[in-house]
Design a protein around this ligand. Structure first.
Ligand code: HEC
Ligand code: HEC
Length: 315
């Protein structure tokens, strides 16, 4: 019986996911004006907050904190594989105009927020579209306006290989996005939550099981990632618990990032036997101190979760 149950269960999950229609509308027929305000806001988000040019460039894993390699800005090619906790081998595509030149604005908005590629292929949510679905329409339009101005770089990126059954289940993940409001900065916690969502902090800081975040463990850390340069690292507990960042001051939190906002911090070679970190410290370092402070305020407001994490278990 036991032997039968597993394949039957798997088969029914798989057949359901093949039959289910993708719940995303046609790309909207829109034309996004590139106003100076949008280009400014888009540059700020894309280059310092939402991680687009962190993931969609090739990171140099021989440097501590793996900053993007010059000349690969937005050109894609970074790989996410099983060692790093991904269910297959997935590449960040080229998002420079060399690749997206033929996409309409509506198609780019749909990919970023609802998770469908131009040709209707459902994207795996390593691309954090479930987060971007909660941003404001104006912020998403600003992101699209700005990425259209990236320097075009020709770079063919290999096709992804998702493991069974996720190669079928992936169809059920894209959802039609509904934009959210951008809260006023005076509403500190709501604004901080928005910036935390935009920056994707939860994606690495919540442990996962079978590709899904474990409920009740939001921001509690312990998501294990293998580094291409060797060794493994566990994401830290960033909840306001003793085992998390309870003892961190607001100023100390901001400084932990801001101290890295200089070219020297992006050139520290990885020492022999040192394990690298995927946390894009130097990318976030140029976020505005005010926004880092808002992220801190939000993190201090979430449930404190008791979870002791050894960040570098191999050392
Ligand atoms: C954590 C890494 C990560 C971040 C951050 C990220 N992406 Fe992605 N993105 C990916 C991956 C990986 C894919 C491919 C997913 C797949 O093939 O299933 C992708 C797919 C895409 C696609 C579809 C391209 C195509 O050819 O199908 C677009 C457009 C895109 N991303 C734009 C963006 C923008 C704009 C941002 C910032 C707002 C962003 N991405 C942030 C990893 C990321
Ligand atoms: C790509 C994965 C990834 C993303 C995205 C990410 N982190 Fe991390 N973070 C890690 C890992 C892994 C560590 C542990 C290793 C280290 O300290 O760098 C870490 C460590 C930290 C620490 C140090 C905590 C300690 O006790 O030393 C803080 C604070 C932190 N992250 C905050 C954030 C915030 C805030 C965001 C969003 C703005 C974020 N992280 C996004 C992976 C990530």
């Amino acid at each position: 019986m036991r032997f039968l149950l597993a394949p039957v269960l798997l088969l029914s999950i798989v057949s359901c996911s093949i039959l289910l229609p993708i719940k995303v509308n046609q790309a909207e027929d829109i034309n996004i004006d590139s106003t100076p305000e949008r280009l400014d806001r888009g540059e700020y988000l894309v280059e310092h907050v939402t991680g687009c040019t962190d993931c969609h460039s090739q990171r140099d894993w021989s440097i501590f904190m793996a900053p993007a390699r010059p000349g690969t800005h937005g050109a894609g090619g970074e790989v996410f594989n099983e060692e790093m906790g991904a269910p297959g081998t997935i590449y960040a595509p080229n998002i420079t105009p060399a690749a997206l030149g033929s996409w309409t604005d509506g198609e780019i908005v749909r990919a970023i927020t609802s998770g469908l590629s131009k040709n209707g292929v459902p994207l795996f949510p390593i691309m954090p579209y479930p987060n971007y679905a909660r941003l404001s329409q104006e912020d998403i339009y600003s992101i699209v306006a700005y990425i259209r101005t990236l320097e075009p770089i020709e770079n063919e990126v290999p096709e992804r290989k998702l493991n069974f059954p996720l190669n079928l289940i992936v169809r059920t993940i894209p959802k039609q996005a509904e934009f959210g409001p951008l809260p006023y900065k005076t509403d500190a916690i709501a604004y901080g939550k928005y910036m935390t969502t935009a920056a994707g902090c939860t994606d690495c800081h919540t442990p996962m099981e079978k590709g899904q975040p474990i409920e009740g463990m939001e921001f509690a850390g312990g998501f294990t990632m293998g580094m291409l340069s060797g060794g493994t690292v566990n994401s830290a507990n960033i909840t306001p618990h003793e085992t998390g960042i309870k003892s961190w001051t607001r100023e100390g939190f901001i400084q932990r990032f801001k101290a890295l906002d200089n070219p020297a911090a992006r050139q520290v070679p990885l020492a022999a036997n040192q394990v690298n970190t995927p946390m894009p410290w130097t990318y976030y370092a140029s976020m505005q101190a005010e926004d880092l402070g808002a992220i801190y305020d939000y993190l201090m407001s979430i449930p404190a979760i008791d979870n002791t994490v050894v960040k570098y278990p191999d050392l």
